[in-house]
Design a protein around this ligand. Sequence first.
Ligand SMILES: [Zn+2]
Length: 152
Amino acid sequence: MKSYEIKRSKIDNLGLCASRNIKKGEKIIEYKGKVITRREAEENPKYDNGKAIYLFNLNKRYDLDGDFKFNTARLINHSCDPNCEVTGTGLKVWVHAIKNIKKGEEFSYDYGFSFDEDFKNYPCRCGSKNCCGYIVREGSRWRIRRKRKKKD
Ligand SMILES: [Zn+2]
């Protein structure tokens, strides 16, 4: 049985929600896309715009471009307190639960954006308690919190 459904999201436009209770560790949906060489990713202007949201690094040679309509998993939004994780095995990428998820809850994962000069272009509306206000990967969020403190 499918464990997800497309719904209006609290975070951003559309999202994916659990259509039944899901256990921590369960595979939810395959992150589908086109396997391209890292060289293609570097040379194609399509991936040249700052943050490649749908581009996953698979290994030294290949990336997965998930920027296609058939990739339903692309609807999953970023959260600073995510309940999912995206990981690859070989050339396959799966979204799976890192917490128990109740029916109706929205799926989210950490987009893992690096902290750089244009982080302000990617505000986060995830609404979680620990939200730092921008889509930046967990390990770099303290930099933003520090900036905020300075302003106060
Ligand atoms: Zn957030």
